[in-house]
Design a binder for this molecule. Structure first.
Ligand code: HXC
Length: 259
């Protein structure tokens, strides 16, 4: 079925897929259907051998202004428990293919959390990041208190979560939340430029490296180092390791196949 709230460009550029959130009138508010469509699209792309990097964007006005407040407003705690809306988020967390968020305009609440679920964030100068849930009587629920704190540290995370203040792209860059800031007309181009660099690498090595970096967030140093070493060894079972090292010795550009 054609999704209603997202647009999928499977081969936007060689080896790069582009998924665009597309509920513009609601500033891409993340309702349950949008999140299910996004999960299904990302899983499909993750299984596609030709997709090495996924760029996720909204539009110029909004990456996403958060979970859909209208959809949540009347819910009870039991409704929330039964809906299990975080199962889609949990599935997205398991995507092995690297994801780059291209953010312009608002990335708020669940929108900021979705950007943080991506592996890198490229922003337009107009981007605004925030966790304003406190202003509507709740708090972040999709990782905002954890991923934001790990990215920017306690002081700024606490300020953003307790006051709901939005930060600018420049502030987000300085705080280490995002990778780069460019003029608005270039933000998608910059995300694709970064994606193309990653897409040239061995896709196997990229996926295992992503897995190992993410492991740093939920393991001790010893466990993380052990995990890193196993993935490092495992890559010596790949054609890409032989090709990459031989190409270096031959002084030529490697051709990676993902095998
Ligand atoms: C539902 C939303 C929405 C949202 C905007 N809209 N954000 N609808 N859920 N999160 C709708 C508005 O109701 C409005 O619809 C239209 O989008 C345009 O928004 P405006 O407010 O008119 O635009 P503007 O004045 O430019 O203000 C932009 C804004 C503001 C600052 C982003 O919309 C805003 O504060 N939005 C809510 C941000 C927020 O609180 N996010 C956290 C949500 S909770 P109409 O029909 O009136 O034109 C959350 C929890 C995550 O994310 C938990 C895990 C999933």
């Amino acid at each position: 079925m054609t999704p209603e709230y997202i647009i999928i460009h499977q081969q936007a550029q060689p080896h790069i897929a582009h998924v665009q959130l597309n509920r513009p009138k609601e500033l891409n508010a993340l309702n349950l259907q949008l999140m299910q469509e996004l999960r299904d699209a990302l899983k499909m792309l993750d299984e596609d051998e030709n997709t090495r990097v996924i760029v996720l964007s909204g539009n110029e006005k909004a990456f996403a202004a958060g979970a859909d407040i209208r959809q949540m407003a009347g819910k009870t705690a039991i409704d929330m428990f039964n809906t299990d809306q975080f199962s889609t988020w949990d599935a997205i967390k398991k995507i092995k293919t690297p994801m780059i968020a291209a953010v312009s305009g608002f990335a708020l609440g669940g929108g900021c959390e979705l950007a943080m679920l991506c592996d890198m964030i490229v922003a337009s100068e107009t981007a605004r990041f925030g966790q304003p849930e406190i202003k509507i009587g709740v708090m972040p629920g999709a990782g905002g208190t954890q991923r934001l704190t790990r990215a920017v540290g306690k002081a700024l995370a606490m300020e953003m979560v307790l006051t709901g203040r939005f930060i600018t792209a420049a502030e987000a860059r300085q705080a280490g939340l995002i990778n780069s800031v460019v003029p608005q007309e270039l933000y998608l181009q910059e995300a694709f430029r970064l994606a193309a660099v990653v897409a040239e690498m061995s896709p196997l090595a990229v996926k295992m490296a992503k897995e190992a970096v993410l492991r740093a967030f939920d393991s001790t140093l010893e466990e993380g180092l052990h995990f890193e070493r196993k993935n490092f060894y495992l890559l010596f079972a790949s054609d890409d390791q032989k090709e990459g090292m031989q190409a270096f010795i031959d002084k030529r550009t490697p051709v990676f196949t993902g095998k």
